[in-house]
Design a protein around this ligand. Structure first.
Ligand code: TXA
Ligand code: MG
Length: 343
């Protein structure tokens, strides 16, 4: 299959092009499209055959449920018959935007989207291309991140092409995504509501709107035992995360880097801007200033992918602060990392 690339300027949306892409969705084909978080791989959420193609193209197991993307709040009521006040409050505060709500699903939603669960994940993205595409397709669009399963989510159309070229009908190129990490996934079928995945809307912001918010056990345990979670968001290089602070962090990274370099590995360091000059003689890529976590989030996946492009074998990453978007960044780095002794 030849993958068509359709360039669309997000600031001046060409409706004729959106219509071409929407036709593909209506025909039951796959279209990768930008959202404000990462690129998604979309199919008509009400077409089971089309949704099945998503799993095939990504190599994703069928037991991992998808997010249904909507462009109009009315669609929320089609996908769920149990839209609580909490759901409406959160939707009002954060939609369109990087928050995914998990609600009880309606009968209309196929089990292939939800991996057989009785809940469905729903989000209204903020990106204008995404909103126009969903609106024009006149159906919710089921979409995971548009990367091969287990790999790093794409923040540019080129990243999507690197993983999925030849496997999908179309990629809409709308430039670099704004947020850079995926949406926050929030289970609102239970009280207190529970964060299943940290993401573009910080826990602090959620608390401002609904008070009590629990962090899921899996996430917390992941935080206590890095590297124990299923490998995810993984670069091809081995990633070692060094969580210490200040000079101790820099010292430990320097030690590790010399050890692996001496063994003949190509070693790269992902550092905060303020530390970039502390690694003389080593190859460093900057994620952003340690105080500007939103910018670090925007750069995270592109930096990790660039290490792979340049065939680094080991990436040693500086840990960041865990507030705001730092929590989402650290969750992803922990999932991507391997314990030191495995290198
Ligand atoms: O920002 C995003 O969320 C991007 C863009 C494309 O919207 N999408 C994305 O999709 O990251 P994906 O499939 O890569 O991640 C969706 C996450 C998975 O961790 C999945 O397990 C979870 O949402 N999820 C989906 N449906 C769920 C459900 N019913 N209950 C619990 N978790 C669910
Ligand atoms: Mg994903």
């Amino acid at each position: 299959m030849k993958t068509k690339i359709l360039e669309i300027n997000p600031k001046r949306i060409d409706l004729a092009k959106i219509k071409i892409a929407a036709e593909e969705i209506k025909k039951g084909n796959l279209v990768a499209f930008p959202t404000e978080t990462v690129y998604g791989l979309g199919a008509d959420a009400f077409n089971e055959k089309a949704v099945a193609k998503i799993f095939q193209a990504k190599g994703r197991p069928f037991n991992d449920p998808l997010i249904a993307h909507i462009a109009d709040i009315k669609e929320l009521y089609r996908l769920s018959e149990q839209v609580s006040l909490v759901a409406l409050k959160l939707a009002k505060a954060f939609w369109p935007g990087p928050l995914t709500l998990v609600l009880k699903k309606s009968e209309l939603v196929s089990g292939i989207v939800t991996a057989g669960l009785d809940t469905v994940a729903i989000r209204m993205p903020e990106d204008n291309i995404a909103l126009s595409l969903i609106g024009e397709a006149k159906t919710p669009i089921a979409a995971p991140s548009a990367n091969l399963f287990g790999r790093i989510s794409p923040t540019t159309a080129q990243h999507v092409a690197d993983d999925l070229n030849g496997k999908i009908e179309m990629i809409i190129d709308g430039g670099k995504t704004k947020v850079g990490v995926e949406s926050t996934v929030l289970d609102i079928t239970i009280r207190p509501v529970q964060v299943l995945r940290a993401g573009g809307i910080s826990v602090e912001k959620l608390k401002e709107v609904i008070g009590q918010v629990k962090i899921s056990k899996e996430l917390e345990e992941g935080f206590r035992s890095p590297g124990m979670l299923n490998s995810h968001y993984s670069p091809q290089a081995k990633l070692i995360l060094v969580e210490k602070k200040g000079d101790t962090q820099v010292d430990e990274i320097r030690k590790l880097a010399s050890k692996y370099k001496a063994q003949g590995f190509k070693v790269g360091i992902m550092a905060k801007e303020e530390n970039q000059n502390k690694y003389n003689g080593l190859e460093v890529k900057v994620i952003g200033k340690g105080t500007e976590l939103e910018i670090c989030a925007t750069n995270l996946f592109a930096v990790l992918r660039s290490f792979d492009k340049e065939e680094f074998k080991i990436i040693i990453a500086e840990g960041l602060e865990e507030h705001g978007l730092g929590l989402a960044i650290m969750e992803r780095l922990r999932k991507a990392s391997v314990p030191k002794y495995e290198c």
